[in-house]
Design a binder for this molecule. Sequence first.
Ligand SMILES: [Zn+2]
Length: 283
Amino acid sequence: MLARGIGLLTAAVERGYALGAFTTYNLEVTQGIIAAAERLGKPVIVQAGAGAFSYAGRGPLAAMSLAMAASSRVAVGIHLDHSRNLEEIASCIELGYSSVMIDGSFLPIEANIAITRAAVDLAHGSGVWAEGELGAIGGDENVSVGANPESTMTDPAMVRTFVEETGVDALAVAVGNVHGISTPVEIDLARLSAIHRECTVPLVLHGASGLPDEVIRTVVGLGVAKINLNTELRRAFFEGLRDGLKGAEADSFDAVMRPARDAVEQIVESKLRLLWPDMHPAD
Ligand SMILES: [Zn+2]
């Protein structure tokens, strides 16, 4: 079923797990994400932002994702990722999204607070929860680049004010995490702990592709209740697709696309297992 309200997020905080939030670009990736969640009987977030919209079109991608969430056996949140645009946020809320992210991290702090506050008001007016970003997460959702300079990391001293003045329900932090897979990425766990102490709402870690399993498990204990993954899914999808095309009967959608869809399902399942303490694989 399509998740409504903030229940998905609060349940994660109360029960000590993190929600996996996976970026979709098309039907097969969405199928893989939801199939993994159904197999484990766990909720999941399917998200998309500008990169995916420019490929698939926002309306078609949203309609497909919302329809698949509605017919799913588990709770599926449909999330707008990294929006800089209040009109886009209003449109997605109108379409039935469960949650939205306003990314004002490219703005000076006062302007970030103002646009985030406006997005939160839009969201809360329709029973939708909102994620903001303080500090700037480096890299690009769609390609891999270098590390995040310390100057753009989230300042723990600013967290309390930002959360109080904006009313956000979740906060995306920059603690060394970078979009895309870039090595080496070092998560500043001391900074994350300091942010966690100051922050009254759950934290979100973007750019988790390529992070070692033990780091992902550690951040879940430090206030992170949503973890975003994109690159590893994309890579799995393309690898599966190449396998499908190599097959002897590569002239049917089942033969070509199913391996790609299955590859996404497999990577999502392995990530979801990391996020629930009760599902950790035997070490
Ligand atoms: Zn992100």
